[in-house]
Write a new protein. Structure first.
Length: 90
């Protein structure tokens, strides 16, 4: 579409991303939430990524502990989906 800017970060759910941006979220946060929502709806269907652990099966405490090992900023206030996304992209 002419005139529409590229959303920046890779976004799997453009509609949700735009809605989150309209609500005042940062590009990074909107992309993270949109992608987490997109992932969770079809996360454990059949195939899993080769090198990615099945973070969906981890507890939030385990995810936070792993995020701490990798020094992920903001981990203490992240949801499970946000933690998973942050760990996968770290």
């Amino acid at each position: 579409m002419p005139g529409r800017k590229d959303p920046g970060p890779s976004v799997k759910d453009d509609e949700l991303y735009e809605k989150l941006r309209d609500e005042g979220n940062s590009k990074e946060k909107a992309a993270r939430i949109a992608n987490a929502a997109s992932n969770s709806s079809r996360s454990s269907v059949g195939r899993r990524g080769g090198e990615s652990p099945a973070y969906e099966d981890w507890t939030v405490d385990d995810l936070r502990e792993r995020a701490a090992e990798l020094d992920v900023e903001g981990r203490s206030s992240m949801t499970k989906d946000e933690l998973i996304d942050a760990l996968r992209h770290h």
